[in-house]
Design a protein. Structure first.
Length: 305
């Protein structure tokens, strides 16, 4: 019964991981950018929500609704002023640009809000801790179910948007072949901007739910990026439904690992990620031993005087 409870809790936790990962998956699927500042945008969004709640006393949900358009506009601007320009310089420059963005966001938040941890749990009342009792050993939290439901609704909405709207079809066409899409009249620059706006807007949703279920501080972003990246890789890069599956697998692995030992929560999730990654590389025909030897030779060369 204990293991069943852990599987249920891990599945619900996977909803949060899918929520934080869907924007990362969308941006990579469309623009082939791994946004290393993805987690920090989630923390930036939740600090904006927290500040609005603290200043006005409004509900965090209303504050989130007000912040989402701001985050979408920020994503649109970043695409035009940062991502687009960095993409022209090669595949490595976007990684460096987003890494730099992450550092800037973290330090600006630290300067503005200090390193104190904060939480939105006190602002949502009983929702933070109420639960349904299924059996004597199984409890399902209201907030956990809400987060999972929002993740599913968001993924369904994005899937329907991509499949049935003209803009969604343009995004899918651009992700497949931007040059060919341009030949049939698709403005790839506008498509990229919309995709970036959606991806950054979703980070605010994930960050706000993180603040409701746990605590956050200016340096919480990198951990969220790792969880998002692992969920994307496990579920399959560029697949929205795969992101949900990957999040659930990661959440269940962590939940079961917590029963093994104090460090099992994170360790088990990382092990599952590495096993899936190795399996994907093996199935794709990558020579793992050769890649490792080349990497070691490169490291030794870089360390030689």
């Amino acid at each position: 019964m204990i293991w069943l409870n852990q599987i249920i809790q891990g599945t619900l936790l996977g909803g949060y991981y899918a929520l934080i990962a869907c924007g990362l998956s969308l941006m990579f699927g469309v623009m082939r950018i791994i946004n290393l500042s993805h987690g920090d945008f989630a923390i930036l969004g939740v600090f904006a929500v927290w500040l609005l709640v603290a200043q006005t006393g409004m509900s965090p949900f209303l504050a989130l609704a007000a912040i989402i358009p701001f985050m979408a506009l920020l994503g649109w601007a970043l695409q035009h002023w940062v991502f687009e320009r960095s993409l022209r310089a090669g595949p490595l420059v976007p990684l460096l640009a987003t890494f730099g963005l992450a550092i800037v966001i973290e330090n600006l938040l630290f300067e503005g809000f200090s390193a104190d941890t904060r939480s939105l749990a006190p602002e949502i009342g009983d929702l933070a801790f109420d639960s349904w009792t299924l059996t004597d050993q199984i409890y399902v939290g209201h907030l956990a179910v809400l987060i999972f439901a929002v993740a599913v609704i968001l993924l369904v909405g994005l899937q329907l948007f991509l499949k049935w709207t003209a803009l969604g079809r343009a995004i899918r066409a651009t992700s497949e072949d931007p040059d060919t899409a341009e030949l049939v009249g698709v403005n790839s620059r506008a498509v990229y901007a919309v995709a970036a706006a959606i991806a950054v807007a979703t980070t605010a949703i994930a960050g706000t739910f993180l603040a409701m279920r746990a605590t956050f501080d200016p340096y919480s972003g990198p951990a969220q990026l790792i969880f998002a990246f692992e969920a994307v890789v496990i579920g399959g890069v560029g697949s929205l439904w795969g992101t949900l599956v990957g999040g659930i697998i990661l959440g269940v692995a962590q939940s079961l690992g917590a029963q093994i030992g104090p460090r099992g929560f994170l360790l088990t999730g990382h092990v599952v990620f590495l096993v899936v990654l190795a399996a994907r590389l093996f199935l794709s025909g990558v020579d793992l031993r050769g890649a490792l030897r080349r990497g070691l030779r490169g490291f030794a060369w870089s360390r030689s005087p």
